[in-house]
Design a protein around this ligand. Structure first.
Ligand code: NAG
Ligand code: NAG
Ligand code: NAG
Ligand code: NAG
Length: 965
């Protein structure tokens, strides 16, 4: 008894003051949170009231057992807006405010809590840097700032700056997710000190630099996500671009299960050797620049189910150790692999289940989405049951492999071997996988395969078979009529002879039949038209004779029917959607094709028209070929994709049309009343050429006088297929908020079906391109050059540094710099590169800039950073001082690829700088300052990102030039 008393008393004494003071602190913190919330449309916090004594029952609040100390605040997706208060309940373990609308900075107090274990602020609108006390090596060990923090999720905000090394002071950290922000700099080495780290996601930021090998010290690291490509165009794009290769320590970390770094700019090789066991399940390193061989040790990774190494520079042969039959997804397409594709070692697949929630969550999120993103996945239906092995576009040679599937369950299976150098025949062993699969798509196109195709009929689960551009010969085996699931059969450009088997008509599922460019003879069987789903029939360049059976009229979905260059005779039946007389040419005895009914009545909405629209207008025969070839590229092709797209588009369109009909012009704050749709159309004379004042990558610009003396510039956007109205709205609203004295002002915009345009203030002084052009004939002063340079530098420094989110222009060039009467310069077209990217269905990953101005690293890797703008600015500066263009004809004497940058550098090295400047300018200017400006421009156009200045440094150095005056 006494013992118990002695034990309990100190405890009670300890708890008493804590309990009472914590209660007050808890309430104060909760009310501070409520006080900081400015928007609560769903009245989630309405019951949080100082008059209610029992805060443990407030919505979203959980208290510690048998106390009134708050243990958790869970208010995910509660539509709350406002800022975050600095105060937290003193014993809080978990704070989940994800999916709200909180803005402003993350209070440093959140990361200094002694108790907090999980902080989830994902998907808000938080800005500023990730707060942390500066990392101190010595004293901090006594009291780490965040001893308990295990889950830190800050994804999907507008956080800027670098990932602070001091995060590594949170020694309990298991999950660190800072993806989808605007973070820059490197992944800090210090993260290697996080011994408990299980998952690190830094994707979709603007990170650069090398991946620190120290990450290999995180002995528990199971999930590493360095980049993540967007599945839908509305998503935040990926701008991470790392340097060098992936450190071997990281790749061979024995704990690693998911390694995700597609299109991350990695070069180097994969480690050829590893020590210890391998737990890898999913590896995605597609679209990098990785060379060397595919490592043999991957064969030891028994759980490896997903491996994407596509679009790299891998060489050598495919290791036979790899357990291909056990892999759900294997993609090594678009490499330089060669040699034979050996039939892999057979044997049972291991099935070690993932037992960690964090890993499961990431694995499913990444692999699941990767399979959906693959057209194959969506065609094959249930994604967990689709398997794909893609070896296409390499130099594999020799015999076709015999692959077997050992996956448990009924899988749809795609095997792509196209565009290689396989030169065997089609043996029975090849189709071994057919028995285990519920549906099969095979692409063998573009090889040197020969012999007969008779074995085809042994694969009854075949849905798509493409084997164009080979050397198959003999006649088409009639047994093909037994392939009831067959939807696509492409045998174009082989040496096939014989007749079209009548039994093709039995293929009830057949949609695409392409036998063109063979030596098929005989007649067109009337029964063929019983394959009622046929959409594409290409029989051109054969020796088919007789007449076209009238039964083809019945094919309601037939949109391509090409029988050109045969020996057909008789009349051309009326085919509903056959657009083009060129489908019938080259048949001497065929009666004349009566006019292109290409302009078929628009009321018949068909797939064909969808295709037509997608390809932008009237479709010619060659474009049909493009469709077919594009379709072939996605194996189980099929129009299912098209049909899905069609439905999605239709649904989107309907929603959009409501908006379009309004013909509304949205304006920003200070816009005058004269602006509306009709006034714009009228003032531009319906975008007549007389009002055209400029054209550019994003569209043409027109001048419009809305009221006497009130002029605006209307930029009509050249939109491709448009999607994502909300995304457009969001982007444009951001642009509308931006105000700077050297940026053109976005006054308003209109989104419509026929035209989408942006309205800017009008600048009467033309653009810098003409200014530079006229420098030869007009005296330009140092003051003018200096002001223009300074104006543009300040505008750019503002876009890079002071805007949230930060804007990278991507297309700096003289024609995008406008002038007013006093030769003040204004930057235009900022934000449009991104606007177009996020609102077009096929977001281009192409370089948005203009040849001659694009930074070398941007041109070669398509990856953009603020430093690429600096490069373009440097080029403009060089032009402005010399009066020459970036690719001036006078440079041709120096050979290909010689630009104004090379010229400036050459003259500088040869100590002939005075020759660089436009003669009038050199004679009348302070020579030291002009030379200094040239030096600035040369540093801006350095190839090394490290040497290249930042825009802020440029602006500062230019400013100094004035002070010296
Ligand atoms: C966030 O706030 C914006 C306006 O600031 C509003 O349009 C949007 O609906 C809000 N989102 C949520 C999830 O409440
Ligand atoms: C936020 O993160 C915590 C900790 O990782 C997690 O338990 C919680 O489910 C997350 N909330 C949401 C809405 O995902
Ligand atoms: C990767 O991107 C997809 C698609 O945007 C997203 O749903 C998923 O959550 C991302 N995964 C990670 C781990 O960042
Ligand atoms: C395939 O090509 C290889 C050389 O690349 C040759 O040795 C072999 O005989 C060819 N096989 C056939 C069936 O043509």
């Amino acid at each position: 008894m006494a013992v118990l008393y002695h034990l309990l008393l100190p405890l009670v004494l300890l708890l008493l003051p804590l309990a009472s003071s914590s209660s007050a602190g808890d309430r104060a913190a909760l009310l501070a949170l409520k006080g900081a919330v400015t928007g609560d449309p769903a009245s989630v916090l309405s019951a949080w009231s100082s008059s209610d004594p029992d805060h443990c029952h407030w919505r979203g609040v959980t208290c510690h057992p048998s106390s009134s100390a708050v243990a958790a605040i869970d208010l995910p997706a509660a539509s709350l807006s406002g800022t975050l208060p600095a105060l937290l309940p003193p014993r809080l373990l978990r704070l989940d405010l994800s999916g709200n609308n909180f803005s402003g900075p993350i209070p440093a107090a959140f990361l200094a809590s002694a108790t907090l274990r999980a902080l989830n602020l994902t998907s808000n609108r938080l800005s500023g840097p990730i707060p942390f006390p500066p990392s101190s090596n010595s004293s901090s060990s006594s009291s780490p700032p965040c001893p308990a923090l295990a889950h830190l999720r800050l994804a999907g905000n507008f956080l800027v700056g670098e990932i602070p090394s001091a995060v590594a002071q949170c020694r309990s950290l298991r999950v660190l997710d800072v993806s989808r922000n605007v973070l820059e700099g490197a992944v800090p080495r210090a993260l290697g000190r996080l011994a408990a780290l299980r998952a690190l996601d830094v994707s979709r930021n603007s990170l650069t630099d090398r991946i620190p090998p120290e990450l290999g010290n995180c002995r528990d690291l199971a999930v590493l996500v360095l980049t993540n490509l967007t599945a839908s165009p509305g998503d935040q794009p990926e701008f991470n671009a790392f340097l060098g290769g992936l450190p071997p320590e990281v790749v061979t970390n024995p704990a690693l299960e998911v390694l995700w770094a597609p299109r991350a700019n990695f070069d180097g090789r994969l480690p050829s050797y590893r020590n210890g066991s391998c737990r890898l399940r999913a590896v995605n390193l597609g679209q990098n620049y990785i060379g060397g061989p595919v490592p043999k040790w991957l064969g030891e990774c028994g759980d490896l189910a997903f491996l994407d190494l596509s679009s790299n520079s891998l060489e050598g042969s495919m290791p036979a150790e790899l357990r291909i039959g056990c892999m759900q997804y294997l993609n090594v397409s678009q490499n330089l692999l060669s040699g034979p594709l050996l039939s892999p070692v057979e044997g049972k697949c291991s099935s070690c289940l993932v037992d960690d929630d964090v890993v499961i969550q990431y694995y499913e999120g990444l692999v699941g989405i990767a399979l959906i993103g693959n057209p194959f996945g969506s065609v094959l239906g249930d994604i967990t049951k689709a398997a794909l092995h893609d070896f296409s576009n390499n130099g594999f040679s020799g015999a076709l492999p015999s692959l077997n599937l050992h996956l448990v369950g009924n899988y749809s299976y795609g095997l792509l071997l196209n565009s290689n150098m396989f030169n065997s025949t089609l043996s029975g062993g090849f189709f071994g996988f057919c028995k285990a699969a519920s549906g099969v798509a095979v692409n063998l196109s573009g090889n040197q395969l020969s012999g007969s195709l008779d074995m085809l009929s042994s694969c009854t689960s075949l849905q798509s078979f493409e084997a164009g551009y080979n050397k198959f010969d003999g006649s088409i085996f009639p047994g093909i009529g037994d392939l009831h699931l067959l939807r696509v059969l492409v045998l174009r450009a082989n040496n096939l002879s014989g007749e079209i088997p009548v039994r093709f008509g039995d293929l009830a599922a057949l949609e695409v039949l392409d036998l063109s460019k063979n030596s098929v003879a005989g007649i067109l069987p009337s029964h063929l038209a019983d394959a009622s789903r046929l959409k594409v029939v290409m029989l051109d360049h054969n020796r088919i004779s007789g007449s076209i059976p009238p039964s083809f009229i019945e094919l309601a979905q037939l949109s391509v029917f090409d029988v050109s260059f045969n020996n057909l005779s008789g009349d051309i039946p009326y085919l509903r959607h056959s657009a083009d007389c060129s489908f019938f040419v080259g048949n001497r005895l065929l009666s004349r094709c009566l006019g292109p009914n290409a302009s078929a009545p628009p009321s018949i909405s068909t797939n064909h028209q969808k295709w037509t629209q997608r390809l932008g207008g009237h479709m010619t025969k060659s474009k049909y070929l493009v469709v077919i070839i594009a379709a072939s590229a996605t194996a189980l092709v099929s129009f299912v994709v098209a049909v899905l797209l069609f439905f999605v588009c239709e649904r989107r369109k309907r929603a959009k049309i409501e908006n379009f009909k309004k013909k509304a012009v949205v304006t920003f704050a200070d816009a005058p009343a004269e602006i509306n749709y009709d006034s714009i159309i009228q003032a531009t004379s319906n975008f007549s050429i007389q009002n055209l004042i400029g054209t550019g990558g994003f569209g043409a610009t027109y001048k419009a006088e809305l009221a006497p003396g009130y002029l605006v510039a209307v930029k009509r956007l050249a939109m491709g297929r448009f999607q994502g109205l909300q995304q457009f709205d969001a982007e444009i609203a951001t642009l509308g908020r931006i105000r700077h004295k050297n940026l053109v002002t976005l006054i308003g915009y209109h989104i419509g079906e026929s035209d989408t345009f942006l309205i800017y203030n009008y600048l009467p002084g033309g653009n810098l391109e003409s200014f530079i052009h006229e420098m030869g004939s007009r005296q330009v002063s140092w003051a003018e050059v200096y002001t223009i340079a300074m104006d543009v530098a300040q505008a750019l420094a503002f876009l890079h540094g002071s805007c949230t989110p930060r804007i990278i222009h991507r297309d700096i060039k003289p024609s995008n710099i406008l002038l007013d009467e006093d030769l003040n310069a204004y930057l235009s077209d900022f934000g449009l590169a991104r606007l177009m990217e996020v609102t077009q269905t096929h977001a281009t990953t192409d370089v948005a800039g203009t040849f001659g101005y694009v930074a070398p690293e941007y041109a070669t890797t398509c990856r953009v950073s603020d430093k690429s703008d600096v490069y373009s600015f440097g080029v403009v500066l060089l032009e402005l001082m010399s009066g020459k263009r970036s690719l001036d004809p006078s440079f041709s004497q120096f050979g290909d690829g010689f630009t104004i940058v090379s010229w400036g550098r050459m003259l500088m090295q040869e100590d002939r700088t005075s020759e660089f400047f436009s003669p009038g300018l050199w004679d009348t200017s302070p020579k030291d300052r002009l030379t200094e400006m040239l030096k600035i421009a040369i540093s801006c156009t350095s190839e090394s990102l490290a040497v290249r200045l930042s825009m802020r440094q440029v602006a500062a150095r230019l400013k100094q030039l004035r002070n010296e005056q």
